[in-house]
Design a protein around this ligand. Sequence first.
Ligand code: RB5
Length: 149
Amino acid sequence: MTIAPRIVLSSDHAAIDLRRKIADHVVAKGWIVSDIGPTTPESTHYPKHGQAAANAVIAGEADLGIILCGTGQGIMMAANKVPGIRCGVCSDPFSARMIRAHNDANMLSIGARVVGDALALEIVDAFLDTSFEGGRHATRVEMIEPQDA
Ligand code: RB5
């Protein structure tokens, strides 16, 4: 028996609808989804949602994370402040494949005001269906973590 991989999703208010579509899509792919909200459309602050998802990944509660805000940028910046998180904003499937294959990204960020829903799902597929290549890329990924001053 194989254990289904787990993913955590979060967003700010700008991306609730797309986040729900992604959740349904990822469940259909066989992932166990933890959608940590928010669930209501009031304006909220993207850093806390990005950090909550990042903390879930680092705590081992999820294997990967997908986060969204209007541009994908602010929530990505917040997630990347959590040590051990490697999160890229992607607006195309090629970049989503490459952040897994070469950068061992453990989180993907998408801008709900940047890409349409169909493209967003292609980006999600590219991210989830790609594995880290290791080798020379592992050396470089190790160098991403903060260096001692
Ligand atoms: C919210 O209006 C917007 O600033 C936010 O969703 C995001 O785009 C920030 O990076």
